[in-house]
Ligand binder design. Structure first.
Ligand code: ASP
Length: 441
């Protein structure tokens, strides 16, 4: 029988009602053997996630302030779930330990991790699955980086013995047994690790959207869903700000060639998005897989006569950016010009020093800075096999009266990046979506 690891995000486990949906999903497929829960998320739009309540509560505790009122609110969140599910589970001993550990300053990571820990206990009880504390199987090294090989071994050993189990997301333990969490949203990483450890056939990541959309729904209402996306395409889009999944969650499953399926707990009938290692170029519906972008860049163009024959010119320019701790996003170039696109905020803090260092390093004839750049990435494996894709992108932009300030295409032919003015950003995304998707519907 196949094995699936299923991770449920905070909104999927925000209250008893959501727990019931989750249990129905798990029970509908016997292969959903290993479950990774997040802490309870928001029940309504201005609600607070339990993780945020725990951070705030711990801060009060170590600041010597009264933290018990907030602690009781956290207790109430869990009790409401237990009561709503009709369970007789008593979390009082656990909550007492947590309260004492707060007073003993067990750490912010410990505090935050209790959100998934307690949710895991409830979910395991409700499903009749074993509970495996992530602290006993997920290990960080002294330098706070995940020890993936030891972790995979420990997870596999333990799960081989337990059978179906719940493993709380987001945390593990340090060599000195203290608790350490991943960065925010890190339950995605736990799910990926567990999937890799048991060599699952599929890692299902259940959230509150039916997968990735071709573009941001705040820009285009009801955009089409993406059925299949490769890891590589996802990187190109996630990097531009379209993330649904924690970036670091990709590595463990990708290494083990396990696909990820993003699914919607509130619409389990939707197929969601499959994230796979490879997919044929003509398996995508619309030539492009997605279009995403971000405002807030600057483009510095450096001009110097005969630049193209000056050996080491590019290296010296990049060296200046590197030594000021600025990584560049793109670097389109001409014969005697070179442009460097960087994040505006980071750059402007160090602008005077960088310009001075560039003048000294390469003696340019001119340096111009355009401070109004938004980048739009058009991504898709389908672009490789379709002639005229670039022509369609630029025709759409011209038609929408958008001036293109910069163009960059990787040689993988997987993406075309265009720089436009920030005020044209939304119109550009919409124009590209319309030409590739709306007109194909
Ligand atoms: N509960 C944690 C957070 O809010 C981790 C997660 O949900 O993945 O960031």
């Amino acid at each position: 029988m196949s094995t699936k690891v299923v991770k449920f995000g905070g909104s999927s486990l925000a209250d008893a009602n959501q727990f019931i949906k989750v249990a129905n999903i798990i029970r509908a497929d016997e292969s959903r053997k290993y479950v990774v829960p997040s802490a309870p998320g928001k029940r309504f739009s201005n609600d607070t996630k339990v993780t945020d309540m725990l951070y705030a509560c711990y801060d009060l505790a170590i600041g010597g302030k009264d933290f018990l009122i907030l602690f009781d609110e956290i207790r109430a969140r869990y009790q409401e779930i237990i009561d709503g599910l009709g369970l007789s589970l008593d979390l009082s001993p656990e909550l007492e330990t947590i309260k004492n550990s707060f007073m003993a300053r067990a750490g912010r990571d410990y505090a935050a991790s209790r959100g998934e820990y307690l949710n895991g206990l409830i979910l395991a009880e409700y499903l009749g699955y074993s509970f495996v504390d992530a602290a006993e199987v997920i290990f960080f090294n002294e330098d706070a980086r995940l020890n993936l090989s030891e972790t995979c071994r420990a997870v596999k050993d333990r799960l081989d013995k337990t059978g179906p189990a719940v493993i709380p997301g987001f945390y593990g333990s340090m060599p000195n047994d203290t608790i350490k969490t991943f960065s925010r949203g890190g339950s995605d990483i736990t799910g990926s690790i567990v999937a890799a450890a048991v060599n699952a056939d599929l890692y299902e990541n259940w959230t509150d959207v039916s997968g990735f959309l071709v573009c941001d729904p705040r820009i285009v209402p009801n955009p089409q869903p993406i059925e299949t996306i490769t890891y590589h395409e996802l990187r190109e889009l996630a990097y531009m700000g379209a993330g649904v999944l924690h970036e670091e969650a990709i590595f463990p499953v990708r290494k083990a060639s396990i696909p990820i399926n993003i699914r919607n707990t509130n619409k389990p009938e939707d197929p969601g998005t499959m994230i796979v290692e490879t997919a044929s170029n003509d398996s995508c519906k619309y030539t492009i897989t997605g279009v995403a972008g971000k405002k807030g860049f600057i483009a510095m163009s450096i001009e110097k006569d005969m630049m193209n024959s000056e050996l080491g010119f590019g290296r010296k320019v990049l060296q200046v950016f590197e030594s000021h701790g600025i990584s560049f996003e793109h670097m389109p170039s001409g014969i005697d010009t070179m442009s460097i696109v960087v994040q505006k905020g980071e750059f402007e803090e160090k602008e005077a020093m960088i310009v001075h260092a560039l003048r000294t390093a390469v003696h340019p004839d001119r340096i111009d800075i355009d401070r109004d750049i938004a980048l739009v990435a058009v991504v898709g494996r389908g672009m490789r096999s379709h002639r005229g894709t670039a022509a369609r992108i630029f025709a759409a932009l011209a038609h929408a009266k958008i001036n293109v300030k910069m163009i960059d295409q990787g040689s993988s032919e997987l993406n075309v990046i265009v720089g436009v003015s920030c005020e044209d950003f939304e119109t550009a995304i919409k124009a590209i979506y319309d030409i590739f998707v709306t007109e194909q519907l």
